[in-house]
Write a protein that binds this ligand. Structure first.
Ligand code: FRU
Length: 494
């Protein structure tokens, strides 16, 4: 595969060629290498013929493609989504004299049934052997999939969450050895139903600024998202080894854009640290028709890797906070001269000379008055080869006097390569109340055809794909009408 196309992300993972969807089997090994597997059709730019592709990285931004890890045995079968664990104590009995045995737990999709299977790897996750006595769970259903397994230390057991897809139910199973599974409970009909529950994840998660631990249950919903197609909802709560109890009955969504789905958390990071996750940056409404297929022979990238916590944000109790995973490996140069930006001014950053074409920027506004706040702050990312912003990706916010800060994103002018698709809706918005501290921030990474936005230190986030004709390589950040005394700073790296 060539990674040189105009639309090819450089610091977000995308497959060498053909079609990718969900991240699968993600784990961090004892040497510090991150393993990403993914739903992969190696023979077409649409879904079908599902395999597990594989890539590794030392920093989550620069990836090395590895040989395909799991293949279907029969034509027509698919290796669907699932997870992987490191079986340090050899509970499975697959390993002798090694602490780095890997077991993958996935759904085998046939035209008869969806069953849960396992495969083991003695070489640290590079090649797998399917277990001879598969399946390990079979309930005679065609809609039962996406096992995600974690190690639950307090009960010394493996715990699986899995979707009874069209029953709006998540099953919780336990096992001592990854082979024998016992059904423990169901978590059903909660929050948003949509038309299907897919790709559940259960993970320990800290409450920001405390030593309190919670569990997060994330459920992907597709189709039937409020914005159309695919979305992710989550439930903060407590898990006792067999049952998950949410803190309340609220429905909460992970992202206010349309391109963040089927996310998964890495196995192998410490339980008492914020979990790290990656989601698929697309939406089943249009993932199989986006223009990178005919233009560059690949479809879909992953969203930025993120670190997750819970926080009691302003008027948002138990909010999922997500921040980009350490971005310093992306920084080759600081693009905004120190002390250049001021309030009610425009900062222009031309980053066309940056080889990766990837931009990281952070803007923060401080000393915002709690009463009568006013003004706007907008960013525009456009092309140095045109003198106009006719082709651009834009966003910004209103610091309203009485209402909460309103934030908007607009990809309508960054879709020349993908015009007229009715599902590729182009405007998104959210609100983030201004904190008592009077500080508001925006952080974003733009990488050719994907933008990840983090508002107010990760209280609200959005992932957005776009398909411009030209490479967008100039950033403009403009503030106007801000109250006297309000301070603005912007930093950018490429
Ligand atoms: C989610 C999903 C999963 C399934 C996989 C198939 O995007 O539909 O439920 O395992 O994709 O590729």
């Amino acid at each position: 595969g060539s990674y040189t196309g105009t639309l090819r992300p450089q610091v977000h993972f995308s497959p060498p060629r053909e079609f990718m969807n969900d991240p699968n089997g993600m784990f961090k090994d004892a040497k510090g290498v991150w393993h990403l597997y993914y739903q992969y059709n190696p023979t077409d730019t649409v879904a079908g013929n599902q395999h597990w592709g594989h890539a590794t990285s030392k920093d989550l931004y620069h990836w090395v493609n590895q040989p395909i890890a799991l293949f279907p045995d029969k034509k027509g079968d698919g290796i669907f989504s699932g997870s992987a664990v490191i079986d340090v104590n050899n509970t499975s009995g697959f390993f002798t004299d090694q602490k780095d045995g890997v077991v993958a737990i996935y759904t085998l999709n046939t035209d008869q049934e969806q069953t849960q299977e396992i495969a083991y790897s003695k070489d640290g996750g590079y090649s797998f052997t399917k277990y001879a006595n598969n399946p390990v769970i079979s309930i005679n259903s065609t809609q039962f999939r996406d096992p995600k397994v974690i190690w639950h230390a307090p009960t010394s057991r493996w715990v699986m969450v899995i979707a009874y897809v069209q029953e709006y139910s998540i099953g919780i199973y336990t096992s001592p050895n990854l082979k024998d599974w016992t059904h423990a409970s169901n978590f059903s009909h909660r929050g948003l139903l949509g038309l299907q529950y897919e790709c559940p994840n259960l993970v320990p998660i800290p409450m920001q600024g405390t030593t309190e631990q919670f569990h997060l249950l994330a459920i992907s919903v597709n189709p039937g998202a409020p914005l159309g197609g695919s979305t992710t909802q989550y439930f903060p709560g407590h898990f006792n080894g067999t049952h998950f109890t949410p803190v309340d009955d609220a429905a909460r969504l992970a992202d206010f854009g349309k391109d963040n789905y089927a996310g998964q958390f890495f196995f192998g990071t410490p339980d008492n640290e914020p979990p790290v996750g990656i989601a698929w940056a697309s939406n089943w409404e249009y993932s199989q028709v986006v223009p990178t297929g005919p233009l560059e022979d690949w479809r879909s990238s992953m969203a930025l890797p993120r670190v997750y916590e819970l926080a009691n944000a302003t008027r948002r109790p138990f909010q999922l906070i997500s921040k980009p995973y350490d971005l310093t490996p992306l920084h080759t140069s600081q693009l905004v001269p120190p002390n250049s930006p001021t309030a009610n001014a425009t900062v222009r950053v031309d980053y066309s000379h940056i080889p990766s074409g990837a931009l990281h920027f952070r803007a923060s506004i401080s000393h915002i008055p709690t009463a009568n706040a006013a003004g706007t702050a907008n960013f525009t990312i456009y092309s140095s080869s045109f003198s106009s912003t006719d082709e651009s990706l834009r966003g910004g916010f209103f610091l309203a006097a009485s209402a909460d800060t309103l934030f908007w994103l607009d990809r309508s002018r960054a879709a020349r390569r993908f015009p007229d698709n009715p599902f590729f809706t182009d405007k998104f918005s959210t609100s983030t109340p201004i904190r008592d501290s009077g500080v508001w921030s925006l952080e974003a990474v733009f990488d050719r055809s994907i933008l990840d936005v983090f508002l107010d230190d990760g209280v609200q986030t959005a992932t957005l794909t776009c398909f411009p004709d030209a490479r967008l390589d100039v950033l403009e950040w403009a503030t106007e009408g801000l109250n006297e005394g309000v301070e603005v700073s912007v930093e950018a790296w490429g």
